[in-house]
Design a protein around this ligand. Structure first.
Ligand code: ARG
Length: 550
């Protein structure tokens, strides 16, 4: 709130001016460095800061403006900001931090998208968690959001699944443990195919039949899709994530012809060794293989057209790992050639690394089963809860919220672009920069509020610097959400929530609430209430539950 107003003031001095939070209160609550102005104004930064400090017109929430060593320092007025911030948060409640910035615009977001018959991998977990947080943040910013789970349910591997299942499959095992069974068949099939070209041939034939609508092939494909989706849904339920559509690559298969015709009409296609391609700088993009099969890329092009024309997308987002950067660059490039002018963005993310720095997607040749990971974290959370709060009523549900919160936060606290070293034990702890730490901090605030109901506050009672600091942190929340949305980076919000947690806990340890004099108590209860709102709203936008007790 205040940051934005101050920023608009200093931007009038120079569009390059910026504000920072000084490391120490004696330098004010916000400061502006003047060094960059020295050359243009032909004066020393110290002199410039002095002149600015005395010439800037003070807004009503600023107590004084001082200059020091080339910085202009702004000191906010405790009482005014307390009143402004806390009343606003308490009256806006769940809507604090929301805006209309995206009103009237539709964003179609493609995330999670696991592959049918394959285990739900860590990369899909990242996509799900990052996508879900972005969905919630975008909705809070006023966008209409269409949530697509574009399943990997089509493509040449399905030829292999069909033939492998016909050779070695068991209906019973498929029902008992579908993904494990199918994945084992797939691995076995690939091994055979390495030595025997006939296996490749058979798989290609089956996929061809599938694309032509062969009943027998489609029946098996449907079964594989159904049993896989059932497993995925179980994971979504644990994570608390849902979608508007689960239509995957299959749903685009009949649209591929149309998109190819458009490209042909523009003279953009070429036959290369029997395959249909679009030539691009560097690697060409394949639209059809030499056996006529559609490709991942051609289905994605068809999907762009569909999202723009039928779903009315203004912005298309794809939450997919860094490793598909070339694919999206090429597909967007070709879509532009077809005159689709909408904004399309590949929201990239890095890998999970294990503690030795190795890629975690594969472990002894098999993908880690995600539900196993989640079950372990939930069990660990349950153990911690039993130890710390044996009286708690909803232990199982709370353990679920905490275990899942730990996994989600452990992911989102990192800049998505970077690889993440994952330490499952660490992310579940109640101390340290974890999700459970924030949930615990929130529960701590709720616990105070359960003990007393606040009367009418006199905000001038909030005299401590620690209180002022917390209030200023709380005031930043709307700008943080806006910034996180603009960059599509949930970690900006996650990091901010840690700052909020720290500020609240400092306050909690230094300033008694329930035991304070009535007037101070009232004012502090409002501060506690406001902090609890920010924590629960912020966690909510990240897709994390904030239980009142834990
Ligand atoms: N199913 C794919 C995979 O697991 C990701 C799909 C991404 N979305 C897209 N429109 N290509 O690699």
């Amino acid at each position: 709130m205040f940051e934005q107003e101050l920023l608009s003031i200093v931007k009038k001095i120079s569009p390059l001016a910026a504000l920072q939070t000084p490391p120490d209160d004696s330098f004010g609550d916000y400061s502006m460095a003047c060094f960059f102005l020295a050359k243009e104004m032909k004066k020393s930064p110290v002199k410039i800061a002095e002149e600015l400090a005395s010439s800037i017109k003070k807004p009503d929430f600023v107590e004084r403006i001082e200059s020091k060593n080339g910085y202009v320092n702004f000191f906010l007025k405790k009482e005014t900001i307390a009143e402004t911030v806390l009343s606003r948060i308490i009256s806006e409640k769940n809507n604090y931090g929301h805006s209309n910035a995206g009103k009237g615009k539709t964003i179609v977001i493609d995330y999670s998208h696991p592959n049918v018959a394959k285990p739900f991998g860590i990369g899909h977990l990242r996509s799900t968690v990052i996508g879900n947080a972005l969905v919630k943040m975008l909705q809070a910013t006023g966008y209409k959001v269409v949530r697509l789970n574009y399943l990997g349910d089509w493509g040449t591997p399905f030829g292999k699944y069909i033939e492998a299942f016909k050779l070695w499959g068991s209906q019973k095992e498929l029902e008992a443990n579908p993904i494990k069974h199918l994945y084992e068949l797939y691995v076995k099939y690939n091994k055979e195919a390495e030595e025997n070209e006939q296996f490749q041939e058979k798989a290609r034939n089956w996929f061809k039949k599938l694309e032509e609508g062969d009943k027998d092939a489609l029946k098996l494909w449907k079964l594989f899709r159904e049993v896989s989706l059932k497993e995925f849904m179980r994971i979504y339920k644990i994570l608390g994530v849902d979608f508007d559509s689960y239509d995957g690559e299959y749903s685009m298969k009949d649209n591929v012809d149309g998109i190819i015709k458009l490209l042909e009409k523009k003279g953009l296609t070429k036959i290369d060794k029997g395959a249909l391609i679009v030539e691009l700088e560097g690697t060409p993009l394949m639209l059809r293989k030499s056996d006529e099969a559609s490709t991942y890329a051609s289905r994605d092009l068809a999907a762009i057209k569909h999202r723009i024309e039928s779903l009315k997308a203004d912005i298309l987002l794809y939450i997919v790992g860094n490793e598909q950067a070339l694919h999206f660059q090429q597909v967007f490039n070709v879509a532009k050639k077809l005159n689709f002018k909408q904004k399309m963005e590949h929201i990239k993310f890095g890998l999970y690394l294990d503690s030795s720095g190795k890629k975690m997607a594969t472990r002894k040749g098999t993908l880690i089963m995600l539900d196993q990971v989640l079950n372990e974290t939930i069990a660990l959370a349950l153990r911690l809860i039993k130890e710390k709060n044996p009286e708690l009523k909803n232990k199982e549900q709370t353990a679920n919220d905490v275990g899942v919160g730990a996994v989600i936060f452990g992911d989102l606290v990192n800049d998505r672009i970077k690889d993440v070293v994952f330490d499952w034990e660490k992310i579940v702890q109640f101390e340290g920069d974890t999700g459970p730490y924030l949930q615990y901090t929130h529960a701590r605030a709720c616990n105070i509020l359960a003990k007393a109901s606040p009367g009418k506050p006199d905000f001038s009672q909030l005299k401590e610097d620690i209180e002022k600091h917390l209030i200023i942190v709380l005031s930043k929340y709307p700008e943080i959400v806006a910034h996180a949305v603009t960059d599509y980076k949930p970690h900006i919000l996650a990091q901010y929530l840690l700052e909020t947690g720290h500020a609240f806990n400092e306050f909690y340890h230094a300033c008694p609430v329930i035991k304070a004099d009535e007037n101070i108590k009232n004012a502090r209860l409002h501060l506690v209430k406001a902090a609890s709102i920010v924590l629960s709203n912020g966690l909510g936008l990240l897709g994390i539950k904030a239980p009142a007790e834990m």
